[in-house]
Design a protein around this ligand. Structure first.
Ligand code: ADP
Length: 207
């Protein structure tokens, strides 16, 4: 019989620590957690930021719905419990990636404050950067890049955030981006400026 009690499993501290990895990479690891309604611009901003950071020579990865729900979380649906588990697993994966020294960008609606709080608590304080991708529902619905709002309005999708399921806006996010007011390029610069100010991207001296 196998034993899976976590009390009998110990975290192995690598001899290569986060500071060593930061020195090697020229930047620190962190999770940039984008949250907002469907169509608010999370994926668009995450991918544009990924490109911008890549050109600056950093080590990044974007975690988004498709690359996670098709694999790691393919057993999960969209009930409240499954949404929570989806976010919890993404949080754990991003924690490992940050430990590996990466800048992780996540693009999930992540509608519940308590779930985002749980992920925040998994990570070191300065390593969790909550970005509220704010956009009025009416504008998201007008954009409707995947046609999901149209389907939700017709009742073809159940529990759709903003229509038939709640979205809890962040209480105290590190960054707010109003995508009905700023361009994608401006949104990216807003985040890059924050990373510079927090000395996450400093490539000289202390990182
Ligand atoms: P989400 O990942 O939040 O569901 P997407 O990034 O898939 O949203 O879609 C957002 C849509 O809004 C895209 O078609 C994008 O081109 C458009 N868009 C318009 N203005 C902006 C902006 N300022 N920031 C991000 N996306 C924008």
């Amino acid at each position: 019989m196998s034993t899976t009690l976590t009390s009998q499993v110990y975290w192995h501290q690598s001899q290569v620590n986060q500071q060593n990895r930061a020195n090697l990479n020229g930047h620190r690891g962190c999770t940039i957690w984008l949250t907002g309604l469907s169509g608010s611009g999370k994926s668009t901003i995450a991918n544009a930021l990924d490109q911008r950071l890549y050109e600056m020579g950093t080590h990044n990865y974007v975690l988004d719905g498709d690359n996670v729900r098709h694999g790691l979380n393919k057993d999960l649906g969209f009930s409240e419990a499954d949404r929570r588990e989806n976010i919890r697993r993404i949080g754990e994966v991003s924690k490992l990636m940050v430990d590996a020294g990466l800048i992780v960008m996540t693009a999930f609606i992540s509608p519940y404050q308590s779930d985002r709080q749980l992920v925040r608590q998994l990570l070191d304080e300065e390593a969790f950067i909550e970005v509220y991708v704010q956009c009025p529902l009416s504008e998201c619905e007008k954009r409707d890049p995947k046609g999901l709002y149209r389907k939700a309005r017709k009742g073809e999708i159940q529990q759709f955030t903003g229509i038939s399921a709640p979205y809890e806006a962040p209480v105290n996010p590190e960054i707010v981006i109003e995508t009905d007011k700023v361009s994608v390029a401006e949104a990216v610069e807003q985040i890059v400026t924050y990373l510079n100010n927090q000395e996450i991207l400093r490539t000289e001296g202390k990182v």
